[in-house]
Design a protein around this ligand. Sequence first.
Ligand code: 1CP
Length: 344
Amino acid sequence: MTQSIKPILRALSGETLQTPPIWMMRQAGRYLPEYMATRAEAGDFLSLCYNSDLATEVTLQPIRRYAFDAAIVFADILLVPQALGAKLWFVTGEGPRLSTITSMDDLGKLGSVDDIHETLAPIYQTIRNLSEALPKETALIGFAGSPWTVATYMIAGRGTPDQGPAHMLMRENTPVFDALIERITDATILYLSEQIKAGAEIVKLFDSWAGSLNGEAFDRYSIAPHVKIVTALKAQFPDVKIIGFPRGASEKYIDFVDQVAVDCIAVDNGTNSVWAAENLQPKMCVQGNLDPSLLVTGGEKLIAETKRVVDTFKNGPHIFNLGHGITPDASPENVSRMIEAIRG
Ligand code: 1CP
């Protein structure tokens, strides 16, 4: 019976497997020549996200090449702001740009959370396509950005090194900041619910900028919105598995796993894996945490570090992954070498 359950779902249920299941953050992306070809066909990144046939294709590319244990639907965390009515565009070589939210007036111009599905419908279609197309042993992951991380982009209108504009709004206009967090939280619940109905078996919340929230702000703007989202999803879908990723939270990772009822905690590459095995893994499945730069440099160091990560987490439930997304300059051959070192 357990044989028929996908390996990654077994790990997420708390089983310790002999060989950890594997997937990679940003596994569909610019390091793959076939991704670049499909993106060129789509015209640009956002057109690719909203073209269900081409998004299905790029999601499947790393599965064909590497037989990863999970596929993650091709989309972006910034589609939720766009669905809420923010303007979104990408500047080549620079990154995302959005219209900014800094006042109640700006917030008032956004649409209702109930209207997000009109924009996001192609993502649900991509998930339905993937449910049909994936090999039977491969699990399907849906995702969204966590409210704090999404808010940092909506407030600044772009990626920022220290999330300064979001911290400033939090301090100087708390009612607007709180209302924005609540709006994103509610939209995220609706978005992930539809992804699950469309066939996502696992959902991941990316709090990529959690590391810049300190003390009470971490509790209030990372932990609390996660509790609200996870509670709502588990009430509606008791079988769905949820992965949390409070990147950069350092020792606050412990508060996160103690308070948010996720099934798995994704550990960034700044976190010591021995510490994570001792402090986090007894409580739940751990995902992580190879340094993605090793896939650029390769060599003996890549093999040694890959084996060290597997060895460190071998006594509990573990999903092998990177500590952050694979970068465009990584070598596809190094990914094969990493997988060979894990699967033998
Ligand atoms: O040029 C291109 O082709 C665009 C590069 C790219 C890709 C491949 C972007 C722009 N987004 C994506 C896809 C993406 N983004 C996925 C797809 C699934 C997969 O993993 O294969 C996922 C899960 C994301 C999530 C995402 N987008 C995060 C959270 C994870 C993380 O990396 O910390 C964040 C912060 C974003 C915002 C974003 N989208 C793209 C860029 C360049 C950025 C970062 C912007 C910045 O802060 O400067």
